[in-house]
Write a protein that binds this ligand. Structure first.
Ligand code: DGL
Length: 268
């Protein structure tokens, strides 16, 4: 991990948060509450959304391009890839191309297996995330003694975008996407579900209501916030926190209900 270079006179670090859409807001809110004095720039590649159903090679190229443009525009000190699909696919390539330190978001398989009592967990992510070697390697390394069900959801990230944009999403649509996580076999039920897409914690209340039985839903955001706080540990600032900024690669202005939701996350 490259070292963080301090800005002059204890100015606040600039932290860039990146996702294909609004899912990274679930990471942003935790990171910002851990380091409220940092300056946050959120970049949503909505022109490329959804990432989860796209061919890997073109997507890696796109992510490197969008992050390169964001670095040129905002000169960040630290970049949080608040997207499991982008992290599992492109983190290595990003680190190869840019000297800014990156924090990625990858499926929380290790803590989920450690917490599971029944030793049956599900990983709920985009189709890309659950099919990538990066995720399979995490399972080989950290899931021994635990049965892992991989569930690639084709629509859940789009449903979360819809919900945050004020468009109602029917219970049945959500229930159908999460149903494969719930396995009851050999007297052992799924008791833990890894939310391996940053959009999904936007729907946690709906998941709890629609689950056929109670499970623990693991959101990676608090762990990412701890990692960022660790990296910025020695960076003391004298600054008042500046309001966060958000940019959409489409250049479109968010519709009124989404703008209202963004205000609730602190964006003007
Ligand atoms: N929020 C993203 C993730 O964590 C992906 C959503 C998408 O673009 O498909 O994987």
């Amino acid at each position: 991990m490259p070292n963080l270079k301090k800005r002059p006179e204890n100015a606040a670090p600039v932290v860039l948060i990146f996702d294909s859409g609004v899912g990274g807001l679930t990471v942003f809110r935790e990171v910002a509450s851990a380091r409220p004095d940092a300056r946050y720039v959120y970049v949503a590649d909505d022109a490329g959304f959804p990432y989860g159903n796209q061919p890997p090679d073109a997507l890696i190229k796109r992510i490197v391009q969008v992050i390169g443009d964001a670095i040129a525009a905002h000169n960040p000190d630290l970049i949080v890839i608040a997207c499991n699909t982008a992290s599992t696919l492109a983190l290595a390539e990003l680190r190869k191309n840019f000297s800014v330190p990156f924090v990625g978001t990858v499926p929380a398989i290790k803590p989920a297996c450690a917490r599971s009592q029944t030793k049956r967990i599900a990983v709920l992510g985009t189709r890309a995330t659950v099919s990538l070697e990066y995720t399979h390697a995490l399972i080989r390394e950290f899931a021994s003694g635990c049965d892992v069900i991989l569930v690639g959801s084709p629509h859940l990230a789009s449903l979360a975008e819809r919900e945050l944009s004020g468009l109602p999403v029917a219970d049945a649509e959500i229930a159908a996407e999460i149903a494969p996580c719930f396995v009851d076999n050999d007297g052992r039920r799924t008791d833990t579900v890894v939310l391996a897409c940053t959009h999904y914690p936007l729907l946690t209340a709906r998941f709890r209501k629609l689950a056929p039985w109670p499970v623990e839903w693991i959101d990676p955001a608090p762990a990412i916030a701890r990692r960022v706080a660790d990296l910025l540990h020695e960076w003391k600032t004298a600054a008042q926190s500046a309001p966060p900024q958000i940019f959409f690669t489409s250049g479109r202005a968010p519709p009124a209900p989404l703008a209202a939701a963004l205000r609730s996350f602190g964006f003007n």
